[in-house]
Ligand binder design. Structure first.
Ligand SMILES: NC(=O)C1=CN([C@@H]2O[C@H](COP(=O)(O)OP(=O)(O)OC[C@H]3O[C@@H](n4cnc5c(N)ncnc54)[C@H](OP(=O)(O)O)[C@@H]3O)[C@@H](O)[C@H]2O)C=CC1
Ligand SMILES: O=C([O-])CC(=O)C(=O)O
Length: 267
């Protein structure tokens, strides 16, 4: 059995824990919550048959097989970097955080010192295997368009680009590099950052973001060209009720990755 610590227990975390209850080969022993949110998280987990222990930091003597981050940028600083130094392998879902200058290098250095590994999860997007394989032969261009319902852009700079409550048609709210998209839309930049890390990097990955009042889905579309030829992928993700910014596929991506570590065959 694989022993797991999960950082963050919001929309993704709860969804993952619900699915993991059915897998006897995976056991989440600890959930790490923000200071002051422990009781709220315990309540969220009250209906679980065997709820994990809720803490605000990994105990000094704990040695999970894997730590999975489902929390956000701050949690990478607070929990992932120290865990790597302790030799604990980490899975990261908040890939957008890695667009912060120097963070990738700090994660690599911490993992090297701890003689362990970091896995960046595909989350809401697919085709990352093909894109990173295509990079080996050389990529010429990667263009990404993220289209989400208008409500998914609330509390972001999109509110200055248009009136999200009254737009009646799809409206482009951002065009530019993945680096700039990640700076302006950190909570909606995970897919752009993942495509950049797998492909051409933050400065050469072109991003268009669209608020679409007629859409009920988070649509991620990208086209890649290079020595391998070309491909395009359009993924129509159903948003989670608990967080419309997040696609349900992200939950399944975490469960798949954890299962791949525990099961005899990984795919
Ligand atoms: N790779 C991908 O494709 C995708 C990645 N994501 C990313 O995944 C992350 C989680 O998303 P989602 O579950 O929808 O978000 P939610 O806001 O629903 O949940 C995040 C949870 O993490 C907790 N949290 C935040 N910081 C910390 C911390 N330092 N230590 C412990 N817990 C913390 C929050 O608690 P509190 O509010 O009490 O601080 C909250 O309960 C986000 O960073 C999001 O950007 C999301 C979708 C797709
Ligand atoms: O669709 C999602 O789940 C999240 C998303 O767009 C992103 O963070 O890039």
């Amino acid at each position: 059995m694989l022993h797991i610590t999960m950082i963050g227990c919001g929309a993704i975390g709860v969804g993952v824990l619900e699915l993991l209850e059915k897998d006897p080969q995976l056991c989440v022993d600890y959930v790490i919550a923000s200071a002051g949110s422990e009781e709220l998280v315990r309540q969220r987990l009250a209906s679980f048959k065997q709820p994990p222990q809720v803490l605000t930091a990994l105990p000094a003597d704990a040695r999970p097989d894997l730590l999975v981050e489902c929390a956000g940028h701050r949690a990478i600083e607070e929990h992932v970097l120290p865990a790597l130094e302790r030799g604990i392998a980490c899975l990261i879902v908040s890939v957008g955080a890695l667009s912060e200058v120097g963070l990738v290098e700090r994660l690599e250095a911490a993992a090297e010192r701890g003689q362990t590994r970091i896995e960046l999860l595909p989350g809401a997007i697919g085709g990352i295997d093909a894109l990173s394989a295509a990079k080996v032969g050389g990529l010429d261009s990667v263009n990404y368009t993220g289209r989400k319902p208008a409500r998914a852009w609330k509390n972001t700079p999109a509110e200055q680009a248009c009136d999200l409550d009254s737009i009646s048609e799809a409206t482009v709210i951002f065009q530019g590099s993945a680096r700039e998209a990640a700076r302006l839309y950190p909570k909606n930049a995970n897919v752009a950052a993942t495509l950049s890390l797998a492909g051409l990097g933050l400065d050469r990955t072109h991003v268009t973001l669209i608020a679409d009042p007629l859409s009920e889905e988070n649509v991620h579309h990208f086209e890649a060209r290079g020595a391998f030829g070309g491909f395009e992928l359009s993924l129509r993700g159903k948003p989670l009720v608990a967080n419309p910014k997040t696609s349900a596929l992200t939950v399944y991506s975490v469960v798949r990755a954890l299962g791949n570590h525990a099961h005899a065959i990984s795919i």
